[in-house]
Design a protein around this ligand. Sequence first.
Ligand code: GLC
Length: 810
Amino acid sequence: MSETFEKRPATGGAYEPLGAAELLDHDDRGLRVGAGSTTVEVAALAPDLFRVGMFPAGGQPRYDSAAIANEDWVPVEVSMQESDEELTLSTTAATARISLNPLRIGFTDASGREFAVDDEERGMGAVENPGVDVFSEPLGSPVRLYKRRERGERYFGCGERTSGLEKTGSHQIFYNVDPPLGHTASFNNLYSSIPFTLSMTNGRAHGLFFDNTHRVEFDLALEDENCAYYGAEGGDIVYYVFCGPTPREVVDRYTELTGRTPMPPLWALGNQQCRYSYMNEEEVREVANGFREHDIPCDVIYLDIHYMDGYRVFTWNEDRFPDPRRLISDLLEQGFRVVTIVDPGVKVDENYSVYTEGRARDLYCKTREGGEYHNVVWPGVCAFPDFTNPETREWWGENQRTLTDAGVAGIWCDMNEPALFVPHVSTLPDDVVHPGGRTGEARWHAQIHNTYGSLMARAAREGLLALRPDERPFVITRAGYAGLQRHAMQWTGDNSSWWEHLWMSMPQLQNLALSGVAWAGVDIGGFGGDTNGELLARWTEFGVFQPYCRNHTTLGTRRQEPWAFGEPYESVCREMIKLRQRLLPYFYSLFEECHRTGTPILRPLLFEYPEDETTYTADDEFLLGDALLVAPITRPGIEHRHVYLPEGTWFHYYSGERFEGPAHILAHAPLGEPAVYVKGNSPIPMGPDAAHTGETPADPLTLLVYPAEGTGESTLYEDAGNGFGYEEGEYARRRISCESSDGHIIIHLAEREGSFIPERREVRLELRGVAAAQRVLIDGEEHGPDQGPDGAVTVSLGEEAGPMRVEVVF
Ligand code: GLC
């Protein structure tokens, strides 16, 4: 196995912690202290966000890694106190304590809670004379930061990870690789790297983002149960502490720093279908027709690498796809968008203008000696764009015109760790040079390895925006670094058609969500190997609740389209995908919340119930928004599973059975009826059945409510579904609240905020789990109730107009 999967001792040499320090200077935000040949800067960027930088004295700190979206923080009120032993830097929310001999940094909040406190013995420092055989010249000294583990502190996050949600007692490697097909829960680093931990200590959260783009390792209380360390093979120590105290506040601030998920085009939330590869035009048409004939909703079909001419990026294979423009416009009429794969490797070929132009403009990575760096990927010998160079990114983005001119709707960035074939399962060597172009800053690959995928995705997104300024770009990426969410959504690469991978998807997506990547999904049905009917059906029962819903499989496997295995599996897939389609108004509202605040779409239970420690291990179930709890079956041949329901009243989506949480229950989930629970009093906006998102009218809009004693609310957000009018106020946001007490339910639809007027004309209320209604009053006027399906009470609210108060008496 390649060394990229193993712990490397480079961060484990003779460690020298910083010693005594003295104050050098201070300004409105923070201060600098000097410790020997090192300077350490501590600054408050927001009342609950501190940044610490350690760099060589006389140098300048770098706080502009590829992760950082926001360098422009509004002024905060900071007061500094100074004594011989200690300096403090206080905001309205928290205090950074800097003890001077030796230099150690820690944080407290207004309640006296201590967090992210340096280990007394080890603090931060560098590993002198690592004395190991790594390519050390470009790296400088390995650096490390040791933080005390608070009593009861538990670690989560770390981005795209295998295994369970909680990472306490683990060693984490952050180094993007394309692992061999068939990775398991014991694997460490995968395709993207987000060196961020969210800690929970006695119900309260804080976050730590170790912003270093070299190879990074964290030890989260594995080597020493009272301590965690954060180390990198080189570069400065730059880290950010998020004070919380809720996970929501941590993730909100973290995504303010590293960027938020852009508003997606609505079609990108629809069901999607892929295969490596749909080989030619006929096959693509057959698949598209298959969806319509089988009455299964679908919005997107992917073209994998065979659409290209000899895998040359930005070309079309004319034998397989003689007239892409016509194909794509025909598909659009059927309601399908087409997304094409693009890999970073550019085939070295004198007769291929993309290659020769990149060479003429000096846009590729170089060897140490100054030649063009070559390695082998799908097309054979390739050159690799230097995406650190802004000119490369512009050129790359502009090249997408070959695809967008034919009508391609989105770009799928793959192999961008980058993955190389020589040796197999490898990536660019440390000493490859990124010349940087007009940035004027050449860097070794080792210094920026983890950012290559993010920079490629950035080129794709910015290119799409330049080519089609009025459309929201859709970019999907496999690799990336912290902050990748502002350029692209992420899918988790090559999983396998195994039950274990179905299970692993859940903690993986939850940790990604806690690490800022809310728009993510795994390949439904599994990519590697043959799936089977039951696995595909169970996977679809889970997959439709992901923020991204795509079925994908590899070359040479059995067909995996939702109808591939006949009955009963086909019907299960159909009904689940139809449910997703109906849930799109709920999904879309969650995406808007995520775009505005960073709040994840798919959330671990601990995100909403941080004080309930039972949720910390409930990682094979999750929340979609705060109103739906999903607990998939992840083993063959069984129909029951344990589910933990947190505090509140919950209703089984299919049976209507009512549960009072907190409770451990045994759920019955026969095929086709997954264990999905709806929170009481939380109105869920749902659309009608439709074959795709473009089908109109999107009528009626149903507000599904399971009333329970008490109150609840949700938000419905709508806009044009594409374009940027929403930035100018062209959206409609509406709060819907529900109040229930003895035989009496009041639903308020608040005034619509924003200037967008939805096209729809019919809104209906569907109350489930209730007795037959006696009276319905809309704004005080009598209105007849209808008894809906399965005893539900439905009330037609007519044309959606102003605010409304609906009272139902039983
Ligand atoms: C990589 C991708 C996979 C794709 C294949 C061929 O393995 O992860 O999704 O189908 O390459 O392009």
